[in-house]
Ligand binder design. Sequence first.
Ligand code: PMV
Length: 323
Amino acid sequence: MKYQNTQTTAHTNIAFIKYWGKKNAQLNLPCTDSLSLTLDGYFTTTTSKFISDNEDQIWLNGQRAPASFFKRTQKFLDLCRQLNHCKQKIQVITTNHVPTAAGLASSASGFAALAGSLNKLFQMHLSRAQLSCLARRGSGSAARSIYGGWVWWQHGSSDQTSLAVPIDEHPQLPICLLSVVFNDQPKKIFSTQGMERARTTSPFYSCWPHIVASDLSAMKQAIATADLQQIGQIAENNCLAMHALNWSARPAFSYFTDATWKLIHLLQQWRHESQLVAYATIDAGPNVKIITQQNQVQQIQARVQHSFPQAQTTILYPGPGIQ
Ligand code: PMV
């Protein structure tokens, strides 16, 4: 077979309207739409090739992948083999340029890059819309990392219709995020388990689709008018509503620590007392991403470092789709 360049790079993304709950776990079909911003700077690069070994070979950051990573990746390879009626084993070489200190999940960029690389390896010639569906099967949020900038994942009703679409791949508004990673990390409840418990046991879950629909429409309007304060406020409201599902689950759980709450309160104070644009969004962990504007981020970073000397902070800008 002739040499093929299968190298693909995909960037991480952060949801401003959260995905929290699956209506079909096998296909990763979400209960609701979601909306995210793809970020610059942090990405995954993946290459793949067919090998004649008896086992798949999966490398992560220059080493054999740990068991959990191997299993999840192999499941995705099996899916692509099945779609292409192929039995051949595959070597995957993946490098995550997503430092743990940045507090970002690498599964979105990871499965988007893997889907892109396997699309080339199997010569599937998938469109970006079809790639979004494929990436979704690896990790829901990966569906959105196919595109740059603002991305809307439409929940859809089937494997072919649950996909992301770009809203604005090159946002002009001066938005940026400050990621704040606290040092004491509590035990992790993986997003799949957390969202499933919330979906099946929170008495408020039936409100969630209505909250998302109304936040999404307000968010699109705020993006269209480049209203950064509105974008931040809607994102923070939506994030807190998502976490309220976890606090009301049975048994209840929380990703927040004291530091998470302290920073949320400080942001409220800085907004009111210093007229700063600073809103929180938080995923399946205690760390906070502060939504702010580019000419205020240094001031906010200094304030955060002052209040949390142990925290690690990173500035993140809008980024591109897969390459
Ligand atoms: O893609 P997953 O299964 O890791 O879930 C992502 C869940 C959140 O990050 C909390 C929200 C989101 O929309 O990205």
